[in-house]
Design a protein around this ligand. Sequence first.
Ligand code: AMP
Ligand code: MG
Length: 275
Amino acid sequence: MTFHADKLRVISGESFSLKQHDAAETFDISKHKAEKELKDHVKQLAELHELLYAENKRALLIVFQGMDASGKDGTIRHVMSGVNPQGCTVTSFKQPSAKELEHDFLWRIHAAVPEKGSIGIFNRSQYEDVLVVRVHGLVPKEIWQARYDQINAFERILAENDVTILKFFLHISRDEQEKRFQQRVEDPQKNWKISPADFREREYWGEYQKAYQDAIANCSTKEAPWYIIPSDHKWFRNYCVSHIIVRTLQSFHMRYPKANPDVAGVKTGGKQTPR
Ligand code: AMP
Ligand code: MG
């Protein structure tokens, strides 16, 4: 099967079934080719980011969601490795603080939306409020159910205000998660990544898959599409994500702004000083 990023995009209104997505899919792309292309993408991304920053007209918001050990941190590290830290923010959403819980669930999210000229990365996001919150019954069903529409309305406001949104679900299989947990237990350099809570959450695998199914089906819109990234193979995951980000930035057809007319033609060191 040939690869096309659109195959990973969930179309709004389309009947979506997470079960039909194979977490180990690689679309016949070789590891060698994917790694070579990732390097290219990283370079292109650095250039496109510079343009985004120079133009200062729009922002890009990239949302990462996925089960524990699906590779949210690793993807961010690999794919964004060439990006200038100036003009890029990463926000990791944890359990809300007491103060955050005094506000609506989107309050802390809105505050972290990137400004024009910037790329903002969300490591977890507003979607936790229809995922972990649902799985553990942290609020009644009527409350989390109403949030799908609220999230869609919120994302539409952002999109209409020059924030382009990409949402990546890093899809891993239950077996792959087990393998990665085991590595985290055995490798002293990875021990810090694993906690008893991760094993407890694993017990809720089925409930989480159901919650992801509904979140993705309800909140994949034209303005803010979800992409299902097959993530059992880290190299394929990085390739897909970097490809989609580059493709999105290219679609903006950005140009460097022209020099200020007061500066154009001025020779530095000459007598003339720009007004
Ligand atoms: P980690 O990403 O491993 O640092 O873990 C962050 C933890 O915070 C995860 O267990 C998330 O499920 C949890 N978390 C993030 N957002 C929320 C939220 N809105 N409500 C409850 N728990 C959350
Ligand atoms: Mg964790």
